[in-house]
Structure formats: C-alpha cells, structure tokens
Design a binder for this molecule. Structure first.
Ligand SMILES: C[S@@+](CC[C@H](N)C(=O)[O-])C[C@H]1O[C@@H](n2cnc3c(N)ncnc32)[C@H](O)[C@@H]1O
Length: 240
C-alpha cells in the first residue's frame, strides 16, 4: 500500500540521482516494493533492500530478479553487508528509529565518495476527517512510545551539520492521498499494532476505529487528507 500510495513522489525524488549507479540500497525496504520501484527507475547495476523483518524479507525475495537482492540487516549498524553504496534511499524508516541523527552519521560511513543519501520522510499530515485524526493521534503516540517521531521530516530539516554529509537539497512536497487508499493503509497498520498500549486505544476504541476505517475504504473523496513529505538529499563528503 505504501509503495502504491507514494510511488509518484518517490519516482520524482529519484529523478535527482545521476543515471546508472552501481549499487543502490533501500534502507528498511519492508516487503520490497520500494526496492523494485527504485530498481526499475534507476537501472542500477545492483539494488539491495535491507530490513530486520524476516517476514517482510521473505515476501521481498519471493520473486527472484536479476540485479535485486534482499538481506537481513539492522541499518543502524555499520558496516553494511553490501559494501559502500552510490545511493542510499530512506523512505518512512526514520520514524521507527530513536536517534535519526546517529543513523545519518552511520549511513554517511556506508557511502562511496560523492555518493548520495536520499531521505524522504513525513513532515506533516493535515486532515479534516475525524477518523483519520483519531488514527494519526494514536500512531503518533505509538511511535513516541518507541522513541520515534511520525513527523520526523521536520527534524531532518532542522538537523545541523552531519559529519560526513553535505546537504545539497531540501524540499517540501505536497502529496494528496485518496481517502480510500489512505483508509486501507491505516487499516492494515491498525491490525499490525494489536493492543499496543502506546497507541492509547481501548479494545472498544480499536474496534470502532477499524469499523470507521473500513467504511472509508470505499469513499470516493480525494481531499480529506494531505501529506507533506520532506525530501532531503545529502552528498558524502568522505568515502565509506
Ligand atoms: C513503514 S516501513 C517502510 C517500508 C518501505 N521503506 C516503504 O516505504 O514502503 C518501515 C520498515 O523499516 C524496517 N525497519 C525498522 N527499523 C529497522 C532497522 N533498524 N534496520 C532495518 N530495517 C528496519 C521495518 O521492518 C519496516 O519494514
């Protein structure tokens, strides 16, 4: 769902990468849909997705493809099992990490000289829909519970100098998402959360929210919710 909803803005961001890189790494690749999008868009010699979730990696690797690989690795730890990359791509991963600045420092060490780090994270989500509001408040609490930040794109924008990296561009991209697609995405996440106490939802709240999201999955609306993504490009000042 994530890859489907975000494909246009990811593709436009990837347009900043010089053609035919040797090695591109998708950080926190999930089930590999973003990795496949990157491989198709950049035509790299090799594209590798790294993730810590074995179930996601199993889905990602279920259709073997030339030039595409998926490996189990905690991306907060260096060295990566791939060697240094020309491009590192980070999409919707930083909200799950307690120390984004430390992660960026680690990634700087895994880039070839003049390699690029592309960070594409949520800066803001504006909604007029009360069901989406309830979901987003719960999601914010849940991520704060693990030391993360749903709106980490703002923090990336405010970061000072990161050793080993020079920021070469930063832009805010408005991304309208159709209500039905957003409801499907949130509904899948709600299932995955289970009874996580940090979400601040009682069993009854979760049942109600699930039913409300289910109702929205057939909505024709397109203006209920607007995402703003922060897309920052960094260049390695030293080689990894
Ligand atoms: C919201 S998903 C995003 C997946 C993909 N980047 C996308 O945009 O569709 C976050 C992913 O990050 C992975 N993840 C979280 N912490 C990680 C870590 N320290 N190292 C590697 N993967 C991690 C999770 O397992 C999950 O697959």
């Amino acid at each position: 769902m994530l890859a489907y909803v975000f494909a246009p803005e990811i593709k436009s961001f990837l347009g900043r990468v010089p053609p035919d890189p040797r090695l591109v790494i998708d950080l926190g690749c999930g089930p590999g849909f973003t990795t496949r999008l990157i491989a198709e868009t950049l035509n790299a010699r090799k594209t590798v997705g790294l993730d810590t979730s074995q179930p996601f990696l199993d889905i990602a690797g279920s259709e073997p493809t030339d030039g595409l690989d998926f490996l189990h690795h905690d991306v907060t730890r260096a060295p990566f099992p791939t060697g240094a990359a020309d491009v590192l791509f980070c999409h919707l991963l930083l909200p799950h990490l307690a120390d984004p600045a430390a992660a960026l420092r680690t990634w700087a060490s895994q880039l070839r000289p003049a390699g690029l780090l592309l960070v594409d994270e949520v800066s803001d989500i504006h909604t007029t829909n009360p069901t989406f509001r309830t979901y987003l408040d719960a999601a914010e609490g849940l991520l704060e519970g693990i030391g993360g930040d749903l709106y980490v794109g703002r923090r990336v924008e405010q970061l000072g100098r990161v050793p080993g990296l020079r920021r070469i561009s930063s832009r805010l991209v408005k991304h309208p998402v159709a209500t039905a697609a957003c409801a499907r995405m949130f509904r899948l996440n709600l299932n995955a959360w289970g009874a996580n106490p940090y979400a601040g939802l009682s069993d009854q709240d979760r049942t109600n929210l699930a039913a409300d999201l289910d109702n929205l999955t057939t909505s024709p609306a397109t203006t209920d919710i607007h995402w703003q993504m922060r897309q920052v490009t960094f260049k390695a000042t030293t080689g990894g």
